[in-house]
Design a protein around this ligand. Structure first.
Ligand code: PMP
Length: 459
């Protein structure tokens, strides 16, 4: 009986939220319907979709974006953490508008490539040499290829729930159903291909380990260590729930990979923004290779991978049997000049400031959960914040994945109605375009959204 009441309540709150959302986003709905005629699902990026239809955003300025119905939102998603300065940052806009009439891409070198390379190698201690590409996916693909070529081995180890882009070998156990026996157990996960279309024999080259569980990783490495080319790990698991690696775990990974002669790849596509020299600086660990993307392009498409000279020199075309790394838009001048401007305005002072804004947001959310009586856990580090509708500690993918999806969706819709734009999975990031006033505004909106959906969450 109690279940029926809860279900009725959930249904009526959901219906209420949906009808408010529809009322306020008529233009977005119409544009979505029109887009569906040419784009499957009305969009060209799966992650941007959420039921009943996503907003259409027409412009952004600083930390605010405006939808097709003229409504303004505080942007806590920042194009999935990539817009470190929010929208339309003056230095980035100036750099790009100065470059546009002078050419956008050349099949030749341009000094801006070496300049952005210099910025990155100066900031990240483990990176002697770096190469650019156009996305984090490509960065990961090239780093894995470099590791395989360098070690002469094929196997890679990735963490369950770790997202590294859409390259087949890492589309494995990205969001497996923890209840599915095919995915193994928490301490002994079995890798499952993450998407139809990824060849089943991908699993011959990929092993999956649980995040933050060094005993389990040890067991895996003991069995197959001498076949492993690389272990790839996010120092802070991003898409998997904004979960920082625990120090003993990440330190042990470094020690074990050295012992076994396999490479350690840090995927800092997301986490690079959290410290001046990336999260490897925070953990005081030197991976062999690191992948980057997102913030280093100043809002334009980019990816990069770099690391120890001996590994990266494999890409030197003057060498015999060099590794090839091509791409029509690699190092295109617009992404380079935008990236230079963005990085020049993101030094340790700015990193520290927006990390403290993240702390303020986390504390505010934690207090809101406590006072509302709704069970919630807030994760993250610095400018990354994750909200989980569970009172259990969230240390790995499975902890984050056991949350009621429906409740999370309702809270996301309620937040949109309060003028707050975050990821449907309730991931947040701060930007230099924000101050404490915007953080406090978001906390207030979060409290209101929470109280609107509380009857469902507490049920
Ligand atoms: N690695 C990580 C850790 C990521 O978070 C992402 C994207 N969110 C990627 C790789 C892939 O980057 P891109 O979307 O630029 O291909």
């Amino acid at each position: 009986m109690a279940v029926d009441v809860a279900t009725d309540l959930q249904t009526s709150i959901a219906a209420d939220l949906l009808s408010d959302y529809r009322d306020r986003t008529e233009r977005s709905r119409a544009l979505h319907e029109a887009a569906r005629r040419v784009l499957p699902g009305g969009d060209t990026r799966t992650i941007a979709f959420h039921p009943p239809y996503p907003l259409t955003i027409l412009e952004g300025q600083g930390c605010r974006i405006v939808d097709a119905d003229g409504r303004t939102y505080l942007d806590f998603l920042n194009n999935y953490t990539s817009l470190i300065h929010g929208h339309g940052h003056r230095a980035v806009t100036d750099a790009v508008t100065a470059q546009l009439p002078r050419g956008t891409a050349f099949p030749a070198s341009h000094p801006a490539q070496a300049r952005l390379g210099e910025i990155m190698t100066e900031r990240v201690a483990s990176v002697d040499l770096i190469r650019f590409c156009n996305s984090g996916t490509e960065a990961v693909m090239n780093a894995i290829r470099a590791a395989r070529a360098f070690t002469g081995r094929d196997l890679i180890v990735k963490m369950e729930g770790g997202y590294h882009g859409t390259y087949d070998d890492v589309e494995v156990s990205v969001h497996p159903d923890p209840a599915d026996p095919a995915a193994g157990t928490a301490s002994s996960p079995i890798g499952v291909v993450g998407a139809a279309g990824v060849p089943a024999n991908t699993m011959a080259n990929v092993l999956v380990a649980p995040f933050n569980d060094i005993d389990a990783v040890d067991r895996l490495l003991a069995e197959r260590g001498d076949e492993i080319a690389a272990v790839i790990v996010e120092p802070v698991m991003g898409a998997g729930g904004m979960i920082p690696a625990e120090e003993p775990f990440i330190e042990a990974l470094r020690v074990r990979t050295i012992e076994l002669g396999c490479l350690l790849i840090f995927d800092e596509v997301m986490s690079f923004r959290l410290q001046g020299g990336g999260m490897q600086e925070h953990y005081r660990i030197r991976p062999d290779l690191t992948t980057f993307a997102k913030i280093i392009g100043g809002g334009f498409p980019i990816g990069a991978f770099g690391g120890r000279a001996a590994i990266m020199e494999q890409f030197d075309p003057a060498r015999r049997a060099a590794l090839s790394q091509s791409g029509t838009f690699n190092g295109n001048v617009i992404s380079m000049v935008a990236g230079i401007a963005a990085m020049e305005h993101y030094g340790v002072v700015e990193v520290g400031r927006i990390n403290r804004l993240g702390d303020r947001l986390r504390n505010g959310f934690a207090a809101a959960f406590e006072q509302s009586g709704v069970e919630g856990t807030v994760t993250g580090y610095g400018s990354f914040v994750g909200v989980h509708l569970t009172d259990r500690p969230v240390r790995d993918y499975r902890d984050a994945a056991t949350v009621d999806d429906n409740a999370r969706r309702l809270l996301h819709l309620a937040l949109l109605l309060e003028g707050i734009f975050c990821a449907p999975r309730l991931a947040w990031s701060t930007s230099t375009a924000m101050g404490e006033a915007e953080i406090d505004q978001a906390i207030l909106a979060f409290r209101r959204a929470l109280s609107r959906v509380r009857p469902v969450l507490a049920a």
